[in-house]
Structures are given as C-alpha cells and as structure tokens.
Design a protein around this ligand. Structure first.
Ligand SMILES: C[S@@+](CC[C@H](N)C(=O)[O-])C[C@H]1O[C@@H](n2cnc3c(N)ncnc32)[C@H](O)[C@@H]1O
Length: 262
C-alpha cells in the first residue's frame, strides 16, 4: 500500500495518503503523546519490547533510545516494515511482516508491548483479539501501552457515535471505531489488564501547530507542497480535515498504559 507504484489516492487508506505526501507521525495525539506513552512504559535495558503496527518507525526510534534488550516490530505492510528495519541494527532487533492478532511470538516472551493508531481501525472482535495477543506474549506484570483516537464525553449518545464512525470510516477509507476513554479502559480490563496511567491530547492530526510539532517546519512545508501539487491527494486530505473539524468537539486522543495482572 505504501509502495510507490500504487497511486490510487481515491481508495487508499487515509494514513497512507498522508504518508505518501510525507507525513511520518500518523497517530491522533502526535509525537508529544507518544513521548508520554514511552515515558510511562519505563523501558530499560532489560526489557523485551514488541511494537504493534510501527508504521514508519518514529516511535520505534523513541523506544530504542532506551536501549531495550530486544525490539520486535509487528507490521502488516511490507514496505512499512522494510522502512522500520532501516532503524534497526542491534542483534535482538527486527521488524516482521505479520498481523498483531497473530504475531507468531512465544508465550510470555516480552515485557513491554505497545501500539499506536491501530486498534481504532479494528472491529470490537479484532480489538479484543489484538489485546488478547498482547496479553499472551507478555510476562505477568508486563506493560501494554496504547495511543488511540477516543470519543468524548464518556456519555456521548449512541446516535452521535454511529454518525462519527460512519463519517470517519468514509473519509479515511478504513473501519474507524474509536471508543470513549471509559470503553478503552474497560476493554483492557476485560482482557486481564490493570490500568496504570491515562494521558490525553486533542485530536489535532492535521492542525498546523501539530504538523509543525510532529514534522518540523521543513517537513510541514514539504508536506504542504506535496499536497498542493497532487490534486487527488489534496481532495482526500481536505475531506479528512473537514470531518475532523466537524466533529472536533467529540474527538480526542488517549494513551493508556496498563499492566498484565500477575
Ligand atoms: C494509522 S497507521 C499508524 C502507524 C504508526 N503506529 C503511527 O502511529 O504513526 C496504522 C498502521 O497499522 C498497521 N496495521 C493495521 N492493522 C494491523 C494489524 N492487524 N497488524 C499489524 N499492523 C497493522 C498499518 O499497516 C499501519 O502501519
């Protein structure tokens, strides 16, 4: 999907349209919320870390700054996995092309698992499967970090929830099923995790200030130029931006760090 020969901007998932235009940070709370999640995971040189859906490897680099004993990325897109591989040079570092619901990793072979902007796009059944897989591969007491889109407030009406999910899925061209913060906590607890830390940020993925924070001034200018000079991609970006703006009152980003019960 990320490969250069595929130019079908009409049908491409929104995150790959943005990535093709030069966006590297593809999660709702931006790099700052990722940094908070990594801090809250307290990665040390004894940790065996697995990252679900590393995308372009930006958070992988943050995690690797803590010199974990091992790092394994689990990414379903081959080109994205190849790009993550470019950041990996230690003996215990790799990125596999695989699905997070079936990683192929041994039971209890990791101490920390995290994933960003990847559960939101799954059905409830698959969300549970992926969280269950992280539970299976974690040691008891191991930590699981997520960073996802959320709906606010907790008591948002079912009708509004459905309307947002429908409009988001239509502009992003992938299933978009964000949960409220209470629901995110609940789904983790139902899978035998205890909540350690919850952090939030506004859902400002395409706001100019966030773009500069995430991509830098040069990166933002390059992104702007690419979008302006690619009409089909520009139409998609404008559609996404208008839906994010329409529902800005109801959309947020949340990072939760939870612990596998002992
Ligand atoms: C919105 S991007 C987020 C990428 C990165 N985590 C970030 O925050 O910048 C979604 C990523 O999830 C990957 N993905 C989606 N479902 C997956 C699954 N079931 N297993 C592994 N990767 C998955 C996609 O290939 C893509 O890289």
């Amino acid at each position: 999907m990320l490969q250069l020969k595929d130019n079908d901007y009409e049908k491409m998932p929104g995150h790959w349209v943005l990535a093709r235009m030069g966006k590297t940070v593809l999660r709702p709370g931006g790099i700052e919320l990722s940094k908070k999640m990594i801090t809250n995971l307290h990665i040390t040189d004894r940790d065996k870390v697995a990252e679900f859906a590393p995308g372009l490897g930006i958070t992988a680099r943050l995690a690797l700054e803590n010199n974990p004993f091992a790092y394994t990325g689990i990414e379903q897109d081959p080109e994205a996995a190849r790009r993550v591989g470019l950041y990996l040079n230690g003996v215990n570092q790799k990125c596999s092309v695989a699905n997070s619901e079936e990683t192929g990793l041994e039971n209890q072979s990791t101490t920390i698992v995290y994933g960003e902007a990847m559960l939101t796009m799954q059905s409830n059944k698959l969300k549970n499967k992926i969280i269950g897989e992280s539970h299976r591969i974690l040691e008891p007491g191991g930590k699981y970090g997520i960073h996802e889109m959320c709906l606010i407030p907790d008591n948002i009406s079912e009708d509004m929830k459905k309307e947002i999910q429908k409009d988001l899925s239509s502009v992003i061209r992938v299933n978009a099923r964000p949960l409220t913060i209470s629901e995110w906590k609940e789904i983790l607890e139902q899978n035998d995790f205890s909540i350690l830390k919850v952090e939030t940020a506004p859902m400002h993925l395409l706001n100019i200030q966030r773009l500069i924070e995430d991509e830098g001034v040069k990166g933002t200018l390059k992104l702007g130029y690419n979008i302006l000079s690619t009409p089909k991609a520009r139409a998609r970006v404008l559609d996404m931006k208008s839906i994010f703006r329409k529902y800005s009152k109801y959309l947020g980003a949340v990072s939760i760090v939870a612990q596998k019960n002992v």
